[in-house]
Ligand binder design. Structure first.
Ligand code: ADP
Length: 175
C-alpha cells in the first residue's frame, strides 16, 4: 500500500513553513535564481550562498544539503529539477529523481518533516498536471518503500492554481 496520509498540500510561502527540511527547487549552478530559489536565499540570508558555492553546482535530479540558516528549518535540500523541453529529454524521470534524492537526503538526516515546493513548474515550465502526479506518486512510493522517520510531507504551493491542481491530483490518485 502506498502512503498518502502523511502528505499535506499547503497554500503559502515555503520560506515560512516550519519543517526539519525545506527543499529548494534550485538550478544546476546552486547559486540562487528567481522564484522559490530566490525567496529561499533571501529568507535564509547571505551565509547560504557561501555554503552553496562549495558544491560547484549540482546535476539535474540530484540533491545537496546545506544548513537552514534563518529559515524555520534545520536543513535545506537543494535539487535542480528538469527544464521542460517537450518531454523528449527524460524530463519525467529527472523530476522523479529530484523527489527521490531529496527524500533520501531527508531520511539520512533523520528528518520527521519535509516541505517541497512544486519543483520545475515555474521557470522550468514542466506541465503542472503531470508534475503534480509525478510528485505525489514518487513521494508516496518512497514513504511506503524506504525505512524512514518522516511523519509529515508538506507540498507548499504559492499560487491558488498550483494548490488546486495538487489537491485534484491527490484526490484522483489517493481516492
Ligand atoms: P522551477 O525553476 O523549478 O520551475 P520556480 O521557483 O520558478 O522553480 O517555480 C516552482 C514553483 O514554486 C512554482 O509553482 C512557483 O509559483 C512556486 N514558488 C515561487 N516562490 C515560492 C515560495 N516562496 N513558496 C512556495 N512556492 C513558491
Amino acid at each position: 500500500m502506498w502512503e498518502w496520509s502523511k502528505i499535506t498540500i499547503v497554500k503559502g510561502d515555503i520560506t515560512k513553513q516550519k519543517a526539519d527540511v525545506i527543499v529548494n527547487a534550485a538550478n544546476v549552478s546552486l547559486l540562487g535564481g528567481g522564484g522559490v530559489d530566490g525567496a529561499i536565499h533571501k529568507a535564509a540570508g547571505a551565509e547560504l550562498l557561501k555554503e552553496c558555492k562549495k558544491f560547484h553546482g549540482c546535476p539535474t535530479g540530484e540533491a545537496r544539503v546545506t544548513k537552514g540558516y534563518n529559515l524555520n528549518a534545520k536543513y535545506i535540500v537543494h535539487t535542480p529539477g528538469p527544464i521542460w523541453r517537450g518531454g523528449f529529454f527524460d524530463e519525467q524521470n529527472l523530476l522523479r529523481k529530484s523527489y527521490i534524492n531529496s527524500l533520501k537526503k531527508a531520511i539520512e538526516l533523520k528528518a520527521k518533516s519535509i516541505a517541497f515546493p512544486s519543483i520545475s513548474t515555474g521557470g522550468h515550465k514542466f506541465p503542472l498536471d503531470m508534475a503534480s502526479e509525478i510528485a505525489l506518486a514518487t513521494i508516496s512510493e518512497v514513504l511506503s518503500k524506504e525505512e524512514n522517520e518522516i511523519e509529515n510531507v508538506y507540498i507548499v504551493c504559492k499560487s491558488e492554481d498550483t494548490f488546486d491542481q495538487y489537491e485534484k491530483s491527490k484526490k484522483k490518485m489517493a481516492g
